[in-house]
Write a protein that binds this ligand. Structure first.
Ligand code: B12
Ligand code: SF4
Length: 446
């Protein structure tokens, strides 16, 4: 069967950028660049079929004059004539994902459209649009494979456990329990980045001349920050890959000198990281490594940071979130503000560039903005990011403030737009968040 897997475009909604002071605009991050690991994993599980992965983000980066979404997808579907179209969905890309399914159906109503990914996991019933035939929640490669088998053999899709199918217009869960799938262990699937060859020149970050890629060492997170959708996606579980599968993957990607670990929270198991970095050094793997590390890890375990720096760690993204302990407690971050300062010292001591991220609540007033600016100026990092504390659907924070939400357009759920009423006038709030981006030590590094 022919399977076309599509990575939707980025949402263009960015009110921080729109209302920021002119001088700050150049520093505000506009797009993240990286491969759709989820889609590549799905591609790997059905590689006995004729599979095409199309990265629309990469396409617009490569060719900004590419046709608008509907026309682009129409051309794609007409060119590849797929039996199945799959989309990977995060909240801010939900609307465009549905558009992709609609266009596929317009071109050929017999195409089966399938949605998966984080939003499909947390809110599968959101896919009420009739153009979406099947929704598969969770880490589900084995289920997708079974779905392909059923479709190919003409077996009713009801026989595939663990999916939602449209019946008489309504999404209905199929019966039964899907077979288990150990995504990081025995069932780990090596991905083929060759699917993305067309866009490799666009996978560059900062001023790096070399392409970068993502590699995940774990899935999920053991913490439970109220604003975060990652632990809810994995129901609080944390799954670690094996050291040797990682060494093999790092050795297999010489075309990518820069590797960003895609983990939500990379350093959880110290023993594992120690072993991984021993092996990276043993095998003389020389990559520029970028990863997300919690402030408390650096503050409490400077020795592991020193070791990782020797093994190639050059850039760390650190969720500072706030400068106030009461806010951090409310977010259940389990790391006091003092850890942010200690972490900055530890990272800098080992020559690591820090990208520190703060989240700004909708009720910040002038005094709050001033206090944050003072703190951030006193604790400079190479590059600081300031986004909006956002009630992502499926999170605890969403439940806490859902009555205050006034904007339900999912395009805005990308951390760049307030979706509740703000204490300051709406435009001024975004302008002030934008202005904060001027506070930093260096230039863009990721
Ligand atoms: C890699 C990554 C990216 C990549 C690639 C994403 C893409 N599709 O293009 C890039 C760099 C482009 C990216 C961008 C953004 N991202 Co991002 N990203 C991640 C990250 C770090 C890892 C995701 C991952 O690869 N996981 C590993 C894979 C194997 O798991 P998976 O994707 O869940 O896939 C599995 C299943 O879900 C399923 N599946 C997935 N897709 C499909 C499709 C089908 C058809 C099927 C059947 C199954 C299926 O099967 C897969 C294998 O088991 C996560 C954080 C994290 N650690 O989880 C954030 C995350 C997904 N990103 C997030 C966000 C918000 C963004 C941005 C909007 C950030 C921003 N403000 O710029 C941007 C969007 C575009 C932009 N504005 O530039 C949020 C999403 C939150 C939400 N509730 O929607 C996350 C969770 C980070 C966070 N801090 O909250 N991102
Ligand atoms: S914000 Fe980071 S530490 Fe908190 S739950 Fe999410 S991934 Fe884990």
């Amino acid at each position: 069967m022919k399977v076309l897997l599509i990575n939707p475009p980025r949402s263009p909604e960015n009110n921080i950028l729109k209302f920021a002071p002119a001088a700050a605009k150049q520093f505000i991050h506009k797009k993240l660049i990286g491969p759709p690991l989820g889609l590549l994993t799905i591609a790997a599980v059905v590689n006995d079929h004729d599979v095409v992965v199309f990265d629309i983000k990469g396409e617009y980066d490569l060719n900004p004059a590419a046709p608008p979404l509907r026309k682009l997808v129409k051309e794609l579907v007409e060119r590849y004539r797929p039996d199945v179209v799959g989309v990977t969905v995060i909240t801010s890309e939900f609307n465009d994902s549905v558009t992709i399914c609609q266009v596929a159906k317009e071109v050929n109503p017999t195409i089966m459209t399938v949605a998966g990914g984080l939003h499909a996991t947390l809110l599968p019933f959101d896919f009420s649009d009739p153009s979406v035939d099947v929704v598969i929640p969770g880490q589900c490669p084995q289920i997708f494979r079974e779905l392909m088998r059923a479709k190919e053999a003409g077996i009713p899709l009801e026989s595939v456990a663990g999916i939602l199918i449209r019946q008489q217009g309504v999404l209905t869960r199929t019966r039964g329990k899907p077979s288990s799938w150990d995504a990081t262990g025995g069932d780990f699937l090596a991905i083929d980045r060759g699917h993305l060859a067309k866009w490799i020149s666009t996978y560059k970050v900062g001023n790096s001349p070399d392409p970068s890629t993502y590699v995940f060492t774990s899935l999920g997170c053991p913490y439970k920050c109220t604003f975060c959708s990652i632990w809810t996606q994995f129901r609080g579980k944390f799954h670690q890959r094996t050291v040797e599968s990682l060494i093999k993957e790092l050795q297999s990607i010489p075309e990518y000198p820069v590797v960003r670990f895609a983990d939500a929270n990379t350093v959880v198991d110290m023993q594992f990281m120690n072993h991984l970095f021993d092996r990276i050094v043993d095998e003389r793997i020389e990559k520029i490594l970028v990863m997300d590390i919690r402030a408390d890890v650096a503050a409490n375990h400077p020795e592991i940071i020193a070791k990782m720096a020797k093994g190639g760690l050059k850039v760390v993204i650190c969720g500072f979130e706030s400068f106030r302990d009461e806010e951090l407690l409310r977010y259940k971050k389990e790391s006091p503000a003092a850890d942010n300062q200690k972490a900055i010292e530890v990272f800098h001591e080992h020559g690591i560039m820090v990208r520190g991220n703060y989240v700004i609540p909708f009720d910040y007033d002038e005094d709050d903005f001033r206090a944050l600016a003072d703190y951030s100026s006193a604790n400079p990092v190479v590059y600081a990011g300031y986004t909006i504390l956002s009630p992502m659907p499926g999170t605890v924070y969403y439940q806490q403030i859902k009555d205050k939400i006034i904007d339900h357009n999912y395009n805005k759920y990308n951390f760049f737009n307030a979706v509740t009423r703000t204490t300051l006038p709406y435009e001024e709030f975004h302008e002030r968040v934008g202005g904060l981006w001027l506070i930093k030590k260096g230039t863009d590094v990721i």
